[in-house]
Unconditional design. Sequence first.
Length: 281
Amino acid sequence: MASALTGELAAELRGFREVQRLSYECAEAVAAQLRPGVTEREAARMQREWLYARGVRDWFHRPFAWFGDRTAFVGFKVPLQFFPTNRPLEAGMPFILDMAPVHRGYTADIGYSGCLGLNPLHDRLLADLRDHRELILREVRERRTLREIYQDVDRLMVRQGYANRHRAYPFGVIAHKIDRVRERRWSPTVFGFGAQALKGLAGDALHGHRDGWSPLWSPYKFSDHPPQPGLWAVEPHLGFRGTGAKFEEILVVTDSSDPEQSAFWLDDDLPHVRRWNEGAV
């Protein structure tokens, strides 16, 4: 799709696509090394080290890892509970790896769901996420408001028999905008989030408030507006009885009058999409 856009935008999207692919490559490499007894903190460190070895020095947020019922955010009440713990991985246990590196000034934010061994329930959740990816793209192209789309995702989850677990995130967001970040050899983090990236998000929030839009895609009134052109990291998150699964990837929104160019997923060659296309779940 990017090839049909302007040369400048196509070049920009290539940079974001490369860092998103790097992130998913990291997730697959770390997932392949997970064994019983590995803790969330160790899995998060493995992600950091893998990305650091490939030149990442800054973050939108540092890597997370959630195991077992923590994949469904069971009992999460405060933001500190999102950070990795000493929970060990066990056979048959689901896991989620989540990372948001900044590389060469481009940002990605991805979520990778897996399981250590067989788990039919987890397979079902992964398969049912496909409907959410299709619904979100369709309704963004229809220029429904972000709040309406969020509510339609909620209704789809109810029909599927699942609980909405992205409501547990701060502000209940299903997505947030991402942008270029000025490249630095080192940038401080604040509670696990990169200071440079947070500064950019705060700037978007300030401009959006003035112009009537928000960089946070939530169920609340401040998201009651059509999708703003830009890049959105989207993460529908399903939960069922202590098992959670999600994907997170970049959705591109433009001001084009052509429906197919008005919104599209940045990359269709991602692990969860390949899994659906191959009929693995």
